[in-house]
Design a protein. Structure first.
Lengths: 176, 736
C-alpha cells in the first residue's frame, strides 16, 4: 500500500511503486481531468503539482509522490463550483480552450508559474509554458490569460465580479 | 427572409428531406435519444425538446473537437428562440438520418461545414418553435398572435407572461406555421463575441473526452500492431505477458494482439513481453527515396486526369516569351491529435454499445456492425468530446479494433492507443509531387499555367468505410465489403478525386490558359483527411509558384497577385487588408534579429477567402517567423472570437506543417514515434498573430481549415525575399 495526499485527501493505494502517477490518478483514483498525451513527458498534458511544482505525471513513478502534496486540476479550485482558481477564471474569460484536451496541463503549468512569480514577463511565460503542447494552437490566448490572471492575483478585490463567466449554469451531457 | 409554410418544405429547409419525421410529434424513428424523452415534453423536432419545467434541450448533431461548433450552433438556436445560449441544455445527438451532413450524405463533422450547412436549417427549426410558442400563448390569452411578444425566453402580453415551459402542453399540438428568419440588423447574439459554452468545463477538468468516457467496469486494452500498417499476425507467443500484474486476457485481432488488464499501464507493460511474427504487406519494400522515385516515374509515364482545362495551354507555351518550370513536393503527415485514439465497447450477444471520440458516428456504427457481426439496429454509438480531430477521426479503425477486442475477449473494454500507436498508425496526409509551369508574355503577364501532380487519392479509403453507411442495411455484409473494395478502381481509374487537386483546379487566378492534371499514385501507405486536405499542399505549390512568376516578371509579389485577382472582389479585399495592416513593403527592423523579410499568399478554400503576410528573419540557416498578419472573408460570423481562434489555430497548425512536419518511411515503417521526433509548434516558436475578419452579412463559410494552406507559401516566399533561395519542399529547411 502506498499512502498519498491528493487534493488534500489522504489515500491508501494498492499499486506497483513503478506505476506512473498519471495512471494511478486516472485508473485507480479515477480522477480524469489529468490527461494522457505522450507517455514520455514531452507534451505536458499530464501536468500536476507535486508540492506546488509542476511535474509530468506520466513519467513520475507513484513512489516519488510519497509524502508530498499532489494537486490535480480538480484540486485547483476552491470547495464550491463557482470558486475557480484565478487562472481558471482567466481561461474562461479569454475563451482559451479549443478542443481543451491539453488545457488541464496548461492550467497546472500556468498556476505553478504564478505561484512563484506573480508578474511574469512574456519571456517568463514562454519559459514556463514551452513544455506544454497545444495542437489547436491556443498559445496566444494562453499568454493573454496568464497576464490577466497575474493582474487579478495582484488586485484580487476587483477580480471576482469582473471575471464571473456568463455561462455558470450551462449544462451538457459532455461534462461530468 | 420568408421561409415556407408547408410541412414538407419546412422539413426540406431543415435538411430533413426523405425522412418520415413528423414535426411537433415525438421522433418516431429517432431511437437514439430515448432516454431523454419524457412523456410530457415537447419534441419539436430532431434538435429541440422543450419541457414543462422550462428546460430547452438541443440535440447537437455535430461533434465538438475544438472548432466551437457547440457554441456556434447553440447560438443559432438561441438567436431565433430568444433565449441566452447558456440557458440551453446541450445534449449529444445519436446516429440518425435526420442528422446527416447534407454536403456528404453521411453524419460527419468535417469540411469546415457545420456552420455553413446549419445556418438556415437550425434557425428555421428554432424560429418555428418560437412561432408555435407565440401561437400557444395567444391561444391561452385569447388574443391575436401579433399581440404576443417573445422576449428573454418568455411570451409576454401586456403585464402578463408565460415561460416556454408553461406553453409546451399547448404548443405541441399546434400546426406548423410559416416563419420569417431574422435579418442581420435584428441579430442580438449572432456576430457578437461571447463566452464559449465549453470553456468552463474545459478549464475545470470536468469535460469528458473519449478517454474519460469508459463505463464503470471496463478493462483497459493495449494493442501491438505490425510495424508496417496493413500487416497481419502470422503467429504470436504471449511468453510471460500472461503473468504480468493486472493482465486479464490476451487476444489476437486481425491486425495485432491485444492485452487486456485492469489498468492501461499494466496492459502496456505486459504488451512489451509479446513476441509476434508478422505477415508484412507489399509496402514494406518501400522507403523515402524509392517512394519519391515512384512519384516521379508516375508523373513521367502518365497523363493523369484533367481537373481543369481553360484555353489552350499547349499553344500558349509554344508561343511563350519566357517559360518557368519547377518541381514541388510535400511529405506524408500525421494528425497528432492531443487525445490519442481510444474507444470503449460493451458487447453482448444482441447489443453493442460504443463510446467513441469520432467525427463520424454513423461510420463508427458501420465499423462496429462489421466487427461485431450484429445488425445496425443493435449498435448504439455515444459520441464524446474529442481532444482534436483535424480529420483523423473520420476514419474508424480504432472503433473496429475495439469491437474486435471486445468480441474476442468477451469483456467490456476501453482501447487506448499510445502516442507511438497514434503517430505510426495514422491515415496520413498524402505525400505529393507537382510539376508546375508558367508562361510570361511580352507584357510581363502570365498567359498560361500548367499544374500536374501525383499523389494517392483519399477517396478509395473513405469509400471503403462510407459505403457501409450509405448502402442499404439489408445488403449482406459480403456485398457491402465487395462494393467498399471498389474504391481504388472507381477513384483510381474512373473518377478524378477532387480532394487531390482542390486549391489548384479551383484557383481564383484569372489566367487565360490554365490546365490542371492529376496522376493517382498510391505507394501503399494509407491516407486520410488532414486539416484542409488537398488545399494543405496545393496552397503551398500554387502560391509559391505564383511568387516565382511574380519575381520572373520583375513585379511586386502583392501587386502581381492583385492584378491577377482584380475580378475577384472578396480575394482582393483580404489581400489588400493584409498588405495594409501588415505594412507590406515596410518590414520591421529588429534590434535583436536584424532585418526582416516579408512573404505574401492567398488561398480560397471551403468557400472562404484568406490572405496572409508573413514576416521572417534568417540567420545562417535558421528561420525565425516574427509576425503573421491574416485576413479572412467568411461571410457572417456567428461568434467572431471563435472565428479568430480558428484562424489563429489554423495558422499555428500551418506553421507546424511549414517548419517541422515530416513522416519518414523506412522499409514501409513510419520512423517517427512521439513528439520528440514528430515535433509540434510550441509557445516559444509562436509568432505575433493578427487576424482581421472582413465584415459581411453573406451566408457563413468555413473557418476551421482555410488558414492552413496559406502559411507555408507565405513563409517560403518570405525566405526567398530574405535569401534568394526558393524552397520547393516541405518542411522548409535552409542548407543541407
Amino acid at each position: 500500500m502506498i499512502t498519498l495526499s491528493l487534493n488534500g485527501n489522504d489515500l491508501s493505494i494498492d499499486a506497483d511503486p513503478a506505476m506512473p502517477l498519471l495512471w494511478v490518478i486516472r485508473d485507480i483514483v479515477q480522477l480524469q481531468g489529468t490527461k494522457f498525451g505522450c507517455g514520455q513527458g514531452v507534451c505536458g498534458a499530464c501536468t500536476v503539482h507535486l508540492d506546488g511544482i509542476a511535474i509530468r505525471s506520466c513519467i513520475t513513478p507513484v513512489s516519488a509522490a510519497k509524502g508530498k502534496q499532489i494537486t490535480t486540476i480538480e484540486g485547483l479550485q476552491g470547495s464550491t463550483e463557482a470558486d475557480e482558481h484565478p487562472v481558471q477564471q482567466a481561461w474562461i474569460k479569454n475563451n482559451v480552450p479549443q478542443c481543451g484536451y491539453c488545457q488541464s496541463g496548461q492550467i497546472m503549468s500556468a498556476s505553478a508559474l504564478l505561484a512563484r512569480n506573480t508578474s511574469p514577463t512574456d519571456d517568463d511565460i514562454t519559459q514556463a509554458m514551452s513544455g506544454n503542447i497545444c495542437r489547436c494552437g491556443t498559445y496566444p490566448k494562453i499568454r493573454q490569460a496568464i497576464h490577466d490572471a497575474a493582474k487579478n492575483l495582484s488586485s484580487p478585490a476587483s477580480s471576482k465580479a469582473s471575471m464571473a463567466p456568463s455561462t455558470e449554469n450551462f449544462q451538457s451531457d459532455l461534462s461530468s | 427572409m420568408n421561409t415556407t409554410t408547408s410541412r414538407r418544405n419546412f422539413l426540406k429547409a431543415a435538411g430533413l428531406t426523405g425522412t418520415g419525421l413528423a414535426f411537433s410529434l415525438p421522433l418516431s424513428g429517432c431511437a437514439s435519444n430515448p432516454q431523454h424523452h419524457g412523456n410530457h415534453n415537447w419534441h419539436a423536432n430532431a434538435w429541440l425538446e422543450l419541457t414543462p419545467d422550462n428546460r430547452i434541450l438541443f440535440y447537437l448533431h455535430r461533434t465538438e473537437m475544438g472548432q466551437g461548433t457547440m457554441t456556434g450552433l447553440t447560438t443559432l438556436i438561441a438567436e431565433e428562440l430568444e433565449v441566452e445560449p447558456h440557458h440551453i441544455v446541450v445534449k449529444t445527438s445519436g446516429v440518425h438520418t435526420d442528422y446527416v451532413n447534407p454536403l456528404y450524405g453521411i453524419q460527419i463533422t468535417g469540411g469546415s461545414s457545420s456552420t455553413a450547412t446549419n445556418w438556415i436549417p437550425l434557425r428555421t427549426v428554432a424560429a418555428t418553435a418560437r412561432e408555435m410558442l407565440r401561437n400557444a400563448a395567444a391561444k391561452r390569452w385569447n388574443v391575436k398572435p401579433e399581440a404576443v411578444q417573445i422576449q428573454d425566453g418568455k411570451a409576454h402580453y401586456q403585464k402578463y407572461s408565460f415561460t416556454y415551459g408553461e406553453l409546451v402542453d399547448i404548443a405541441k399540438d399546434l400546426s406548423v406555421p410559416s416563419v420569417t428568419l431574422k435579418t442581420p440588423d435584428q441579430f442580438k447574439k449572432i456576430g457578437k463575441p461571447s463566452i464559449r459554452l465549453d470553456a468552463p468545463m474545459k478549464s475545470k477538468g470536468t469535460a469528458r473526452f473519449g478517454i474519460d468516457s469508459a463505463p464503470k467496469g471496463c478493462l483497459k486494452a493495449s494493442v501491438v500492431r505490425c510495424p508496417v500498417i496493413g500487416g497481419t499476425v502470422e503467429s504470436w507467443d504471449a511468453n510471460n505477458a500472461f503473468d504480468m500484474p493486472g493482465v486479464k486476457k490476451i487476444v489476437a485481432i486481425p491486425n495485432g494482439v491485444a492485452v487486456i488488464a485492469l489498468s492501461w499501464w499494466q496492459a502496456k507493460e505486459a504488451a512489451k513481453k509479446l513476441t509476434i511474427k508478422w505477415n508484412k504487406p507489399e509496402f514494406s519494400k518501400l522507403s523515402d527515396a524509392s517512394i519519391l522515385e515512384g512519384y516521379r516515374e508516375a508523373l513521367k509515364n502518365n497523363n493523369g486526369k484533367t481537373a481543369r482545362d481553360d484555353g489552350d495551354t499547349t499553344s500558349a507555351f509554344d508561343d511563350s516569351q519566357q517559360v518557368i518550370e519547377a518541381e514541388y513536393r510535400v511529405p506524408y503527415l500525421a494528425h497528432a491529435t492531443m487525445e490519442p485514439m481510444n474507444c470503449s465497447v460493451v458487447l453482448n450477444s444482441d447489443h453493442c454499445e460504443v463510446w467513441a471520440p469520432t467525427q463520424g458516428p454513423d461510420l463508427a456504427a458501420a465499423a462496429a456492425e462489421h466487427a461485431s457481426g450484429l445488425r445496425r439496429s443493435q449498435i448504439t454509438i455515444n459520441t464524446t468530446l474529442m481532444g482534436g480531430g483535424f480529420g483523423r477521426r473520420l476514419n474508424q479503425d480504432f472503433v473496429e479494433e475495439a469491437v474486435y477486442i471486445a468480441k474476442e475477449s468477451g469483456l467490456p473494454i476501453q482501447l487506448i492507443w499510445s502516442r507511438e500507436d497514434d503517430i505510426q498508425n495514422d491515415f496520413y496526409r498524402p505525400a505529393a509531387v507537382a510539376q508546375l509551369k508558367g508562361s510570361i508574355n511580352a507584357q510581363g503577364q502570365v498567359d498560361a499555367l500548367y499544374y500536374k501532380s501525383a499523389s494517392p487519392n483519399i477517396m478509395p479509403y473513405t469509400f471503403k468505410e462510407a459505403s457501409a453507411v450509405v448502402l442499404p442495411a439489408w445488403l449482406p455484409d459480403g456485398m457491402v465489403k465487395a462494393v467498399g473494395s471498389l474504391g481504388p478502381t472507381v477513384y483510381g481509374d474512373l473518377l478524378l478525386d477532387e480532394t487531390s487537386v482542390e486549391g489548384a483546379s479551383d484557383s481564383p487566378y484569372d489566367v487565360e490558359n490554365f490546365e490542371v492534371r492529376h496522376v493517382q499514385h498510391d505507394p501503399g501507405l494509407r491516407v486520410g483527411f488532414w486539416r484542409s486536405v488537398g488545399h494543405s499542399y496545393n496552397g503551398f505549390f500554387m502560391e509559391s509558384f505564383i511568387d516565382e512568376l511574380a519575381h520572373a516578371s520583375n513585379k511586386d509579389a502583392y501587386l502581381f497577385r492583385l492584378e491577377l485577382l482584380k475580378n475577384n472582389i472578396k480575394m482582393t479585399q483580404v489581400l489588400s487588408t493584409v498588405a495594409d495592416k501588415g505594412l507590406w513593403g515596410k518590414p520591421l527592423e529588429d534590434k535583436n534579429s536584424g532585418p526582416r523579410s516579408q512573404g505574401i499568399a492567398v488561398h480560397y478554400s471551403f468557400n472562404s477567402y484568406v490572405a496572409l503576410l508573413a514576416e521572417v528573419s534568417v540567420h545562417n540557416t535558421k528561420v525565425k517567423v516574427h509576425k503573421i498578419t491574416c485576413a479572412v472573408h467568411c461571410g457572417q460570423t456567428i461568434n467572431p472570437d471563435i472565428v479568430k481562434a480558428q484562424m489563429s489555430g489554423g495558422i499555428v497548425f500551418g506553421l507546424t506543417q511549414a517548419m517541422k512536419g515530416k513522416i519518414s518511411i523506412k522499409d514501409g515503417a513510419v520512423q517517427e514515434t512521439n513528439f520528440h521526433n514528430y515535433e509540434l509548434l510550441r509557445m516559444n516558436e509562436v509568432p505575433e498573430i493578427e487576424v482581421y475578419i472582413i465584415p459581411s452579412s453573406d451566408a457563413p463559410t468555413g473557418v476551421g481549415e482555410p488558414a492552413v494552406p496559406v502559411v507555408a507559401p507565405a513563409i517560403a516566399n518570405a525566405i526567398f525575399a530574405a535569401t534568394g533561395k526558393r524552397l520547393r519542399a516541405l518542411p522548409l529547411t535552409l542548407g543541407s
